[in-house]
Write a protein that binds this ligand. Structure first.
Ligand code: PMP
Length: 429
């Protein structure tokens, strides 16, 4: 039964049982309408209310300032890789165009010399357009590869790559002083928590300050640690995350974006201009401008998934009067219990990432209890399942063990895992 199992899978992840019970009811008959939540029109008032309530609760829980917009999108975290690059390049082109016009002394109403503008803009694109990536694990690597696929490697700058300081493997974050950031980059992208490699930024990087309107455009993937700690939202231009770990069910991706990157402050360049410049034109459903303009309802959105996210947020807000700070304390406590048990037995376990960048959410380790690691890990996993601890197998690309310690893992579940780690280390070698 659900009660007998603690599931440490990396995503989709455990959802609070109470939320699922309420949702099961809502799937059959939402608020006594005689129709299920997944059947109601996304254009209904009821759907709009669900969206607006989830936005308000997310803003309240994370203290998202008023000058940020919250959007629900589709295409998963991976869709976010394309969306971030495509939208931010569009915004860069828009701003660069404005700058050229002002340098040419073109004010509103005056005719724009199209040929000259295009020539200058093309020069700027060819010589200056860069997007920067901090590659600290598999997901930021994938995001950077998507950018290369979209734009070509000449526009993508890998400002840092953890593998260069860690024998070709992930598990560290290079010193900030070694990052090679571009000038006026269209965005600096990083993944706050690397789900596969168990690496989490300990705090907002100093090198990316001062952030904000005059500072660098900072974009972060927070798919696997959102809602688990306080974030300085003001330092980011865009934060995005798939819902399926800490927020809800699979199917929606949330974007928190600074309003100064949306109309009326900026406008995405028209497709004709982008094509002339040799830049990609993205799908409409990944356009931040379009989704923002339509309050997330440009096309059919899974209102059921937004509903689940809303219920999770309501439950977090009800549990923690001090909102995300309350959850942060619990997340730290759980991570400490698990890491503590692993550290107590260095002969039996090897924690993969360096201590200073260890993730509180995805705890990655190898089992070295027996001489043969594969055999050790098989035995560890087998015993874990017998104890009701499931989903612990590491990502197929890296092997090992990964305990995903998301918000829905209760303290007792983390403690149970810690106790199992202790007891396994005491089995005969
Ligand atoms: N970013 C991170 C940090 C992830 O953990 C994942 C998926 N585990 C993704 C992006 C990709 O998400 P999706 O599978 O929704 O495309």
């Amino acid at each position: 039964t659900r009660e007998e199992v603690t599931y440490f899978g990396a995503g989709p992840a455990l959802l609070p049982t109470e939320v699922l019970k309420t949702a099961a009811e809502a799937l059959l008959n939402y608020n006594d309408t005689g129709l299920g939540i997944a059947e109601h029109s996304h254009r209904s008032e009821l759907a709009t209310n669900i969206i607006n309530n989830a936005k308000a609760d997310l803003a309240s829980y994370l203290d998202v300032p008023d000058d940020y917009e919250i959007m629900f999108m589709q295409g998963g975290g991976s869709g976010g890789f394309f969306a971030t690059a495509c939208n931010l390049v569009g915004i860069w082109v828009h701003r660069r165009k404005q700058k050229i016009l002002s340098e040419l002394g073109i004010v509103d109403g005056k005719e724009i010399p199209e040929d000259q503008l295009l020539k200058e803009l093309q020069k700027a694109v060819d010589e200056e357009l860069k997007i920067d990536y901090l590659v600290t694990g598999s997901w930021s690597l994938k995001a950077s590869q998507e950018a290369v696929r979209m734009l070509g490697s000449e526009h993508v700058n890998i400002a840092a790559d953890s593998r260069t300081v860690n024998d070709g493997k992930f598990g560290k974050i290079p010193e900030e002083s070694s990052w090679k950031l571009s000038k006026n980059s269209a965005m600096i992208y990083f993944c706050d928590n690397e789900t596969v490699d168990g690496v989490e930024f300990p705090a907002f990087p100093e090198a990316l300050k001062p952030a904000g309107d005059d500072g660098p455009i900072v974009v972060a993937d927070m798919s696997s640690n959102i809602l688990s700690r306080r974030i300085p939202v003001k330092n980011f231009s865009v934060i995005f995350f798939g819902a399926q770990k800490n927020l809800g069910s699979t199917g929606i991706t949330v974007v928190i974006i600074k309003k100064s990157l949306l109309p009326p402050a900026v406008a995405t360049p028209p497709p004709t201009l982008l094509r002339k410049l040799g830049l990609p034109v993205g799908p409409t459903i990944l356009s931040y401008e379009t989704i923002a303009k339509n309050n997330s309802l440009y096309n059919t959105l899974s209102i059921f998934d937004v509903y689940i996210a809303g219920q999770v947020l309501k439950s977090l807000l009800a549990t923690y009067p001090d909102k995300v700070d309350g959850q942060q304390a619990v997340s730290e406590k759980k991570a400490k219990a698990i890491y503590g048990a692993l550290e107590a037995h260095p002969e039996s376990y090897k924690i993969v990432p360096e201590k200073s960048v260890r993730s509180r959410m995805n705890i990655c380790f190898r089992v070295t209890h027996h001489a043969n690691i594969d055999e050790s890990e098989k035995l560890f996993l087998k015993g874990a399942v017998e104890n009701g601890l499931t989903g612990l197998k590491g990502h197929r690309s890296v092997g090992g063990i990964r305990a995903s310690n998301y918000n829905s893992i209760p303290i007792a579940g983390a403690e149970k895992l810690a106790a199992y780690i202790e007891s396994f280390a005491k089995t005969p070698r």
